[in-house]
Design a protein around this ligand. Structure first.
Ligand code: NAD
Length: 352
């Protein structure tokens, strides 16, 4: 076995159908008094219910979370938390809302209790992103890692089916890259394989019936595992491409992950035999790249960058940006291979 370093994740996780009922108790266990609930405008009615479960521990609701965490919104939320005397933030929603919580924590030190309602996994990572003057700055800081996470599958029942599938694929992408991370370790490998298995089982069931309680639970459990992997080991080419396509071309996060992943796996396949064994065992297949493509496409997800409205002429620029400052990758990243990968992702070709 190769040498490894393993640091146990520091977040308390409370998982279960109806687990939101523990929110007040969990706030008290953090040793804080009042929490500001964060959410997007779209989730404000559900956030009201979270606040009422918090009783007198709720300081108020800030329902203006947005994609990419604009710094002005983070500053406003921080100021409102101060005015209301909140000493904790409850981030209720997907990666955008949890990102807002992280931006508040970064310079106020307020602890975050996260209640994720998508499968993006931000709640399990110390990674933050803040957009200032049109530029997204990202970094890692242990202060932004939520102290407690409540996973309640009932809160994901309202997640539209399209986002359910792409968000699940986004989670699978974290696990796939974790399996060939340079700083990987055997615990993350176990979590990654189980995360892929659990989500891959859940997605077709949810496509069939979006309120299947067992599948919602499987998907959220898988999201926790995959998010933990994302928070603990380094990501490679796939994440670099997705950050480039999302950041420089404004393409939607979960959809881009869904489209690029099979092509990133195919690109790396010759260099990742151990990871392929685990991915293929989890997917019950002998071809990881095609199975990932089929899992997404057969459940109605977009499968080409063209469908997202990306202009073909931008593929050269995307390839230039992605090779300019590459993340470590198991197979060396060279421009012509990357350009061909992007072309296949744009065309939506099924990998062989
Ligand atoms: P999102 O948070 O942007 O949510 C998308 C939309 O779905 C929002 O309008 C939201 O209100 C709505 N929504 C979420 N859950 C819902 C539910 N259960 N029912 C109904 N509507 C719901 O999407 P996301 O994919 O979770 O997050 C993407 C963002 O998170 C990106 O900006 C990405 O960079 C970031 N992210 C960060 C990390 C990290 O570690 N820092 C990890 C993953 C993602």
């Amino acid at each position: 076995m190769k040498e490894f370093v393993y640091t146990a994740p520091a977040t308390r996780v409370v998982f279960g159908k109806g687990a939101i009922k523990h929110v007040r108790n969990e706030i008290e266990l953090l040793g804080v008094h009042k929490a500001l609930v964060l959410c997007t405008p779209r989730q404000s009615a559900a956030a009201e219910r979270v606040a009422s479960a918090m009783g007198d521990r709720a300081a108020g609701i800030f329902a203006q979370a947005e994609m990419h965490v604009p710094i002005e919104i983070a500053q406003e939320a921080r100021e409102i938390a101060r005015q209301l005397g909140a000493d904790c933030a409850v981030a209720f929603g997907g990666g955008s809302t949890i990102g807002l919580g992280k931006a508040i924590a970064l310079d106020s030190g307020l602890p975050i209790l996260a209640i994720p309602t998508t499968y993006a996994g931000s709640e399990m990572t110390p990674i933050f992103g803040i957009t200032e003057k049109g530029l997204k700055r990202t970094g890692k800081d242990p202060r932004v890692l939520p102290r407690t996470v409540i996973y309640d599958p009932d809160l994901t029942l309202t997640l539209p089916i399209g986002l359910t599938i792409t968000s699940g694929m986004n989670a699978i992408a974290h696990a796939v890259e974790g399996l060939y991370a340079r700083d990987g370790n055997p615990i993350m490998d176990l979590m990654a394989e189980e995360g892929i298995r659990s989500i891959a089982r859940a997605l077709p069931a949810l496509k069939h019936s979006a309120d299947d309680a067992v599948a919602r639970s499987d998907a959220l459990y898988g999201a926790w595992l995959c998010g933990t992997v994302l928070g603990n080991v380094g990501m490679s080419l796939h994440h670099k491409l997705c950050h480039t396509l999302g950041g420089s071309f404004g393409l939607p996060h979960a959809e881009v992950h869904t489209i690029v992943l099979p092509h990133a796996i195919a690109y790396n396949a010759c260099a990742i035999p151990g990871a392929l064994v685990r991915i293929e065992r989890a997917l019950k297949t002998d071809n990881a790249a095609t199975s990932v493509y089929d899992l997404a496409r057969s459940n109605g997800a977009p499968y080409s960058l063209r469908q997202l409205g990306m202009v073909e002429a931008d593929l050269d620029k995307a390839a230039d940006l992605a090779v300019a400052n590459p993340y470590w990758n198991p197979r060396p990243v060279e421009r012509s291979g990357l350009r061909a990968l992007l072309q296949r992702a744009w065309d939506g070709t099924r990998p062989e």
